[in-house]
Design a protein around this ligand. Structure first.
Ligand code: ADP
Length: 609
């Protein structure tokens, strides 16, 4: 449960506003300070005005003559000329000799008004804005811009905190963490027995599996304060600031002991340090990590400060972090199994009003491989869909549709496929389904649709695993590859041509075929030799090659051979079932979405082949 912070506006934004205010201020105030606008005229005009008696007040100086018209509505200025009779003529025309322009405002006052005041406004507003921003960032007491203080937030979770019961599934993880709860409730039991609690516990697993929830649940169950900070928050722009945040965090934690300190994404600071490379390393991160290690070593065992950390890249952590006395206990938090998925769906369904006939077991089966966060999202999407349709009750079809939304993106209602394209997509999808259904070991089809998705997929076949599978036989993988090639095979069989629609299938089929050879030891040629190793098992499972270039070439050849063989098998299946292929594709083309039952009805009924 991440906290949503209100977006912070950059300081520059505020300074722009202040500059604008000053600009407007000058625009308004300056004209007030300067006198009425003076019109410069030549001496001839001045003479004419005297002759016409149109002079009000006049002020004759050595370098200029300033005067007004009769009504005193305008001030004029002209250069003086050698004119001895001027005074007399002016007198005759009724001009008054006086000061036309008042003493200009005191220079000090005008300096104050035009320079000092705007600067004071500028600085004052700047100070006010930055204070506001700091308050927003939650660092009221921190030094300017939170320098040197950690942003660790204190969650004092007493009665309404998250409990283990809120975390569905994950029984093994909960069991390992229960001991911590027990210890925090009664530390003396452990000290008397001479047992020491591990200082740090590493929660390891893919994103969205409930690691943060579990950490909060430990604090909730033990009724102790919960400090939470993300590893990435430690990584600061200036060297040394991350380290000072660590120091501050542990200082606060020790004051509040017993308590739980939770560091999310610890890999952001805990990555392996670059040995050897003297330059170019990330000094800031290393200093932060060193500080963390020092702090962990520094406090006594059984002080009551338990550090929980979460990561989805355990292999990238510095060994110094995982050695005994630091994060020496590792708790795996895996993707939920079928039972776990159903339990998570049910936990989140408490927030919505499901219809009587909603079957969470089926939904859980359909959402194979989904994480807890994705399952929570599925429930929420279903509720949103119900509201969109003017209902408050969530139905089974809302849930089924939202699985597709979460997995494949929204339906793209206005995407217009040409008639021919729609036909190709229908054959393509039926191709997959038919090849899958005709191979005994393939999972049955749940639903096929050719309504385009925002993710870019034009069609979509949802397969349902009948139960959780931990092992796959060689034949099952081969069948899966054949199923992937089934879409393209249908295009070839029916249209004699191919389209770009199979790119994702090709990628998946190749990945599987390659894994069979390089990782699963399923080829005679390479036997049980590991040619590739998995790097990030929780994040997509990138692999790295570990073999000679010649071997790589042989592997590539073998992969092509394997995929080709299955592709051939798919073509054969479709050719042998051509009439069913046409019938099913025609039906899908008409209806756009068909269920697995409808598919099986057509496949098994009618003209048996
Ligand atoms: P992680 O820290 O592993 O990335 P989180 O703990 O932040 O995952 O989980 C994200 C959200 O997913 C949670 O807020 C919760 O709604 C949901 N969730 C994940 N796992 C579970 C679970 N086992 N039971 C109930 N909800 C879960």
């Amino acid at each position: 449960m991440k906290e949503v912070k209100s977006p912070k506006r950059p300081l520059l934004y505020y300074y722009c506003i202040v500059l604008l205010i000053i600009f407007l201020f000058n625009l308004l105030v300056t004209p007030l300070l300067t006198q009425n606008h003076v019109v410069n005229v030549d001496y001839g005009t001045f003479m004419d005005m005297i002759d016409e008696g149109d002079i009000g007040i006049v002020q004759v100086e050595d370098t200029q003559i300033i005067f007004t018209n009769k009504d005193d509505t305008q001030i004029y200025e002209t250069a003086p000329m050698e004119d001895p009779s001027l005074t007399e003529r002016l007198h005759n025309c009724g001009a008054k000799f006086d000061r036309v322009i008042e003493e200009p405002t005191s220079p000090i006052l005008s300096f104050l008004l035009t320079f000092v005041l705007p600067i004071l406004i500028f600085v004052g507003l700047g100070q006010y804005m930055s204070k506001k921003m700091m308050e927003q960032a939650g660092g009221k007491n921190s030094m300017s811009f939170g320098l040197g203080k950690s942003n660790a937030k204190v969650y004092v979770q007493s009665t309404k905190g998250i409990r283990f019961a809120d975390v569905a599934g994950e029984d093994e993880a909960k069991e390992s963490l229960q001991e911590i709860v027990d210890y925090l409730h009664d530390p003396s039991k452990y000290t008397e027995a001479g047992a020491t609690m591990p200082k740090g516990i590493l929660l390891v697993g893919p994103p969205g599996t409930g690691k943060t929830m579990l950490a909060k649940a430990v604090a909730g169950e033990s009724n102790v304060p919960f400090f939470s900070i993300s590893g990435s928050e430690f990584v600061e722009m200036f060297v040394g600031m991350g380290a000072s945040k660590v120091r501050d965090l542990f200082k606060q934690a020790k004051e509040k002991a017993p308590c739980i300190v939770f560091i999310d994404e610890i890999d952001a600071i805990g990555q392996k340090r670059n040995s050897g490379s003297g330059y170019g390393g990330n000094d800031e991160r290393e200093q932060t990590l060193n500080q963390l290690l020092t702090e962990m070593d520094g406090f006594e065992e059984n002080t009551g400060v338990i550090i929980l950390a979460a990561t989805n890249r355990p292999e990238s952590l510095d060994p110094a972090l995982t050695r005994p006395g630091r994060f020496d206990r590792r708790v795996p938090v895996e993707l939920p199994d079928l039972q776990g998925r159903e339990a998570i769906l049910k936990v989140h369904a408490k927030k919505i009003r499901p219809a009587e006939d909603v079957d969470f077991h089926t939904i859980a089966r359909m959402a194979a491989g989904a994480s807890g966060a994705e399952l929570a999202n599925i429930i929420n999407e279903a509720a949103l869909r119900a509201v969109r349709n003017g209902r408050t009750i969530v139905t089974q079809s809302d849930l089924e549709e939202s699985i597709e939304v979460v997995i494949a993106g929204y339906q793209k209602k206005n995407a217009v496929l040409s008639d021919q394209e729609k036909k190709v997509v229908a054959y393509h999808e039926i191709g997959h389904a038919l090849v899958a259904a005709k191979q005994t070991n393939s999972a049955p089809v749940q639903k096929i649709t050719i309504i385009p998705r925002t993710s870019g997929a034009l069609g979509y076949t949802m397969q349902v695993e009948t139960g959780d599978k931990f092992l796959m036989s060689k034949e099952e993988i081969e069948n899966k590859i054949a199923t992937y090639t089934g879409g393209r095979a249908a295009e070839e069989v029916v249209f004699g041509s191919v389209t770009t629609g199979a790119s994702n299938d090709i990628e998946q089929a190749t990945k599987l075929a390659r894994a069979m050879i390089t990782r699963y030891g399923m080829s005679e040629e390479f036997d049980m030799v590991a040619m590739e190793t998995v790097q990030n098992q929780y994040l997509g499972g990138d692999t790295s090659l570990a073999c000679a270039p010649d071997t790589q070439r042989d592997i590539d050849r073998k992969v092509v051979e394997l995929v080709k063989k299955q592709h051939g098998k798919a073509i054969k299946i479709l050719q042998d079932n051509r009439s069913k292929l046409d019938e099913l594709a025609g039906f899908l083309y008409e209806k756009e979405t068909i269920t697995g039952d409808e598919f099986m009805d057509i496949l098994t009924g009618g003209d048996k082949q």
